[in-house]
Write a protein that binds this ligand. Sequence first.
Ligand code: F6P
Length: 385
Amino acid sequence: MGKIYLSVAKIEYKNSHPLLIKILNMIKHKRIGILTSGGDCAGLNPAIRAVVYRAVGTYNWEVFGISQATQGLMERPPKTIKLINEKIDYLLTAGGTILGTTNKGDPFAFIMPDGSARDRSAEIIEGYHLLKLDALIGIGGDGSLTIMRKVAQQGNLNFVGIPKTIDNDVNCTELSIGFDTAVKIATEALDRLHFTAASHSRVMILEVMGRDAGHIALNAGIAGGADVILIPEIPYKIDRICDYICKRQGLGKNYSLVIVAEAVRTETGEPVTINDSFGQSRFGGIGQYLADKISLCSGAETRVTVLGHIQRGGTPSPTDRLIASAFGVAAVDLIAEGKYGHMVAWQNRQVVSVPIADAIAKYREVDPNDTLVKTARSMGICLGD
Ligand code: F6P
């Protein structure tokens, strides 16, 4: 095989027939890098596993896992682990990412130990070349894909994206890795809260993640039998929620389950956030805000559960394993085809590829006319409006 690669590498085939270019590109030996960037979620490891199976197993390429998102490429020597078929079987069921990740490493404004911000994008490009990579696969959400595309454009790097985020807000794809597991966990939480709500005649509020999009709340809310679903895309009135809960009480239903997405604002439109010790603001607290209002107007004892990072960790669901596997294989095939600047996506039960530019043009929020919104309304679930 070594001889074939050597001779193929020497052929000048740039002006040949496209099919020939494709075939030659497929059999030409490649060194590819893979990194995970942004918040972790379930399904990253199965995607890494699929990339290695396809790249090493089918094409006989070499795959280098890059540590801590783009930061591994800033280190000297670049921090990587060589990924081989024999050592990765266990990844199918493993949560998190064996490569490590960060959601605070913007290389264009990288925070240095002295607190200053520095543009370190050139170091990433240099790291790519030091590793002699032919292509790089980045698994990330819209923020990470935006950054990685910018670096790739600046350095003329061969880059392919795989969408991941529990928020499911990457444009052009119906599913991103991690979403299904997060919905499953939030649904299980509602299933459990149901019993305590009924036993104590309480209103139980579950606050879930999702950043600016309400996909987790909407999906888990329907699947988990919530009575009230509040998402950022649909403004609400406290009175509507209280009337609904009181009406249920009047019908002898002594409890109610409320699910609220973290980015839902106060009734008057202020974001509800908390500041961490680094002075960074993040969503949190809308559940308690609602609890205070609802208990006042309905008289019901009200409790809040903030699900937090439980939604991101743990064993990936079967659906996440499936799309991660399909995405991993398809991303490697994009490299084989030389189709760079693209992201793999899930549309109508097919893996397709879309320009990353389209995927990051906007984030995918819940459409108020979405089938699931209509389903919720048709079943009498209160959406607060
Ligand atoms: O984007 C994924 C996500 O889990 C959001 O749903 C959430 O708002 C955020 O990340 C939490 O980030 P961190 O892990 O930095 O607290």
